[in-house]
Design a protein around this ligand. Sequence first.
Ligand code: NAD
Ligand code: LMR
Length: 328
Amino acid sequence: MATRAVHVTVTGAAGQIGYALVHRIAAGALLGPEQPVVLRLLEIEPAMGALEGVVMELEDGAHPLLEGIEPTSDLARAFDGASWCLLVGSVPRKAGMERRDLLSVNGGIFQPQGRAISEHAASDVRVLVVGNPCNTNCLIARSNAPDVPDERWFAMTRLDENRAKSQLAKKAGVPTRAVTNLAIWGNHSNTQFPDWVHARIDGQPVPDVIRDTDWLRGPFIETVQKRGAAVISARGASSAASAAHAAIESVRSIWQPTPAGEWHSLAVVSHGEYRVPEGLQCGYPVRSDGTAGEIVTGIEHDADAAARIKVSTDELVQERDEVRGLLG
Ligand code: NAD
Ligand code: LMR
């Protein structure tokens, strides 16, 4: 067993996603069955009582890999020495809202957190932003963290990837593991483009397996774009267990090498790839060599896909303009 525990910060640890996430991290799902962890759990003052209960349950799990738990409402303590920071803590939307409606409520959370990560986290820190609207919240935090390289910041589009894979698998009558190379382009919003054109089923291009192009261009895309709202409408609360699972898979797809020829979905900083304005935190297909992620290049888009990606990245530009005052 590795000897040194890795410190993992989870913000909003007493919330729905946080609750699901911390137990899986403690059980080794995030960093593997050999890696001890210390959990640093951030909450706001009013939720510290609930966080105490979360800590009690973590203790009651007697997890062999869990070497410490630090519950706190102090940013410096929360991020001290952290190698992975999962920024979940923020307000979820209610029925009838879009995720970007949360920008005015949640954006301000990510400015001080970015600064605190820059000042207190470990030198190898990597950050996944889950709190919505996650692309722009990630941009806010990143821009306030001068000491953390841009490539260490990720916003979560993995839940959309998983949703898209499930829809394609159901349509094709195959298990979800048969579906690979599903990229979510753009924003984690209802403008995102789930790229069915370049996805594969058992190694074959999706359009060669699912001949119903009208379904792919219409109901498939719309279902994925609106799935978060559909869950809120059905459950009365936003997705939690599937979001926690996607957060774990996002992190694993960064530290584990991506199988040859495949990719996963993550929102990473744009350097202008695929004509996305530089500096945006944009959903792309990403591969990892086990140390760092890189955007997959050379994908050709048809006019429909290019137009959809432009709509989504234009939305990211608008969101960035709305939060100018929070950017470092
Ligand atoms: P929740 O309300 O159940 O929990 C959020 C927790 O965050 C609460 O315990 C709250 O006290 C805490 N919190 C609020 N402000 C905080 C701050 N400044 N610092 C630390 N903690 C703070 O919400 P949830 O269902 O867990 O969702 C959390 C966020 O994740 C929401 O913004 C939601 O929209 C987003 N989300 C994103 C995805 C995605 O795919 N990117 C998926 C699901 C949910
Ligand atoms: C999701 O995709 O389920 C989350 O982003 C929550 C939401 O508001 O849709």
